[in-house]
Design a protein around this ligand. Sequence first.
Ligand SMILES: [Zn+2]
Length: 316
Amino acid sequence: MPTNKNRKKIKWFNDGVEAFVRARPDAPRLYCCPICIRGFDNPNELTFEDVPPQSVGGKPLVLTCPNCNHWSGRLLDTHIRTGCDLHEFAEGKRDTRIKLIHSGDTITAKALLAQGQIQITGLPENSDPKAHRSLFEKLDKVASKGLKSWELSLEFIEFKRHNPWREAVGWLRVAYLYTFAALGYNFIMRPELNIIREQFQRPDDRIAPQAMQSIRSPSTDNGLSFLYSPPELRSIVVRLGVNLFFFPAFVESSKLVDSSTLYERIASYLSLGQKLTISGTHIDLPKRPQFAFDYLPRSIFNHVAAGGTIRVDMGN
Ligand SMILES: [Zn+2]
């Protein structure tokens, strides 16, 4: 008996094969992994990918190959999670484990940011009791004598390995998979998007930094937008919190501007150092594969026309 999960996998697989064939009528009937563009002829060779990662509340959105799925989990997803932890710590919503070092003693403690100050609480059960006692005695002495010169080092254990660039590439991958689920193969298989996939293959190189931008005011209004202003920056933008991810626009608008040079235009806009306001029509993020540009290319534009307008300020 096939389970619900299996039935869902077979449906997503068949929908993907059909979308791929509609996008590339001469290609073999295969499911094409959106990350590595390799073809698979059996649903069992594919995995459900959580978008965003499960560790930050994501749910299955598309099928990717196990290689791409696990590779991302290992190299990018952990930085997405620690990035969220760091953000919550900075907002005073959670504490974090630290190593506290003072005149030869090292102990484990926890730190919390509250009203611009850092509150430190010792964790005697996680420290050498002698070092714990000695460190706090010395600190008491510092306080009672009002000593002016003393040193205390903090080491943020959980954030030590955090790599903000890999976190950004991880979110770019999330945004790319949202565009794949919403718009399909016709959208992602254009040569203009090779640079994005190359960025995933070489996560430590700065290949497409212009694809990732941030906005001034945080918002919970996540979504996918068809950006139309300024017209030179026509693109598909995925908005996730304060982050915007830019992807070259589809045919309809690439007649007006050359999609392959979008990132160069973004770079030259930003080099002007001015506040940049962008506007576009907005649709909700997909919750399952829809492949709109493969199945019903016109429907997405009706959908977009019915959506609201977004307007955000970019830059620092
Ligand atoms: Zn793959």
